[in-house]
Design a protein around this ligand. Structure first.
Ligand SMILES: Nc1ccn([C@@H]2O[C@H](COP(=O)(O)OP(=O)(O)OP(=O)(O)O)[C@@H](O)[C@H]2O)c(=O)n1
Ligand SMILES: C[C@](O)(CO)[C@H](O)COP(=O)(O)O
Length: 380
């Protein structure tokens, strides 16, 4: 039995007005296209879903959307309406079925809006989501001279999804010539088909220009992940004391497999912790001779790269060093700058504190140095 509802997301545009690939921009940790497709998939988990993409992006988009149960990716056409047609014709739908057509550039559709517009189309054969107009709307001539003010109470902005009986669309495509339509509702209207406007959430915005993102970043706040790290190394004769990559003159230094930079180790664990990347020993085991005596910045660079792969970058880092001696205040700025450089942030986003333990415990007896770190990662 063929399905009663199919879904099409059009994503084959050129983002000309935006200036770069807008559908790949991340909002709250997911791309605009992932969010647009995800809105439909969440409400209709079983419906066949076609995503129409630019020919050269077929593979990349398939990878990007692999968890969303897309039935097929098809190449788009020159205009949005060509892409819509390619998507609808790729679905296994009879004339009586409904198809919901959605812009890949609209990342926010409330589930209830989607259910309402489909329900309206079941009744009428053609329905679109539509938002009220808040401004006074005027018609102007090509020179910008106002011709008239339109009656605002009867105006709405046409959104997507737009839902139609497939047979109505097929008939319309047969009957019309090469005219351009900015949406499928206008195509049907031109043939006298009644289209129901269903009130939709005004936050269902189509990303068209870069400034549209400012609004949507409020709808999808960035992901925030916090991580903590802790490390200890023994203080011994005959080793340099290296903290946050800075060599500090002192009679003793820290013992360890690498350069034993206790600060960088604690920060590495904090970054790994924040992005769910395990811990330093897992990635750089002390049993592996290649890290013997090596600089610990390699470990932190690895952790930062790991976070970046997850779409996260460092917002700030706070470190506490526990050492009875030497006094670290004279080296604090150098340590801060070095650490900031590795984390890829300004020094103002890094804070280094030092404290003794009042002669208590292994730190107090001068047997070792400990470091605690907290890192905040933010997504884009
Ligand atoms: N030939 C086209 C043109 C547009 N679209 C899709 O239709 C939606 C609405 O189009 P628009 O916002 O105009 O996107 P772009 O065409 O990418 O933008 P621009 O006109 O600025 O190039 C977008 O999801 C876009 O990817 C499409 O699939 N095929
Ligand atoms: C379909 C649409 O999103 C409804 O408002 C709009 O018409 C698309 O227009 P565009 O020029 O393709 O961005």
């Amino acid at each position: 039995m063929s399905p009663s509802l199919g879904l099409v997301v059009v994503a084959a545009g050129s983002s000309r007005r935006f200036g770069s690939d807008k559908l790949s921009v991340r909002l709250g940790g997911r791309t605009i296209l992932q969010r647009a497709v995800g809105c439909l998939r969440a409400v209709f988990p079983q419906a066949p879903l076609v995503v129409v993409v630019r020919g050269e992006e077929l593979e990349a988009r398939a990878a990007e959307l692999r968890e969303l149960g897309v039935s097929a990716f098809v190449p788009g056409g020159e205009h949005r309406q060509d892409s819509v047609r390619a998507g609808v014709e790729a679905l296994p739908l009879g004339d009586e079925a409904l198809v919901a057509i959605h812009d890949g550039a609209r990342p926010f559709v409330p589930a209830e809006d989607l259910r309402q517009v489909v329900a309206a189309a079941e009744e009428t054969g053609a329905a679109v989501l539509a938002a009220p107009v808040a401004d006074t709307v005027k018609e102007v001539d090509p020179h910008g001279r106002v011709l008239r003010t339109l009656p605002r109470e009867r105006l709405v902005r046409s959104l997507t999804p737009q839902v139609f009986r497939v047979g109505l669309l097929r008939k319309a495509w047969q009957q019309t010539g090469p005219s351009l339509w900015t949406d499928e509702a206008s195509l049907l209207e031109s043939l006298g088909v009644g289209v129901k406007a269903v009130p939709g959430d005004p936050r269902n915005l189509k990303v068209t220009q870069p400034q549209d993102l400012a609004f949507l970043r409020g709808v999808f706040p960035p992901a925030m992940r916090v991580g903590q790290g802790f490390d200890v190394h023994p203080l011994v004769e005959g080793r340099p004391l290296i903290l946050a990559g800075v060599t500090i003159p002192h009679g003793k230094g820290l013992a360890g497999h690498s350069d034993a930079d206790v600060v960088l180790h604690a920060v590495t664990d904090a970054v790994l912790g924040a992005c769910g990347g395990g811990d330093i020993g897992q990635h750089f085991p002390p049993s592996d001779p290649q890290w013997a005596g090596g600089p610990s910045r390699v470990f932190l660079e690895f952790a930062v790269a790991r976070a970046r792969e997850a779409g996260l970058s460092v917002a700030n880092c706070d470190v506490t060093v526990l050492a009875e001696e030497p006094r670290l205040a004279p080296f604090r700025e150098a340590m801060r700058e070095n650490l900031a450089g590795i984390l890829g942030v300004l020094p103002a986003a890094v804070n280094i504190k030092a404290t003794t333990t009042e002669h208590l415990g292994f730190v107090g007896r001068g047997e070792g140095v400990a470091a605690l770190a907290v890192v905040l990662l933010v997504g884009d």
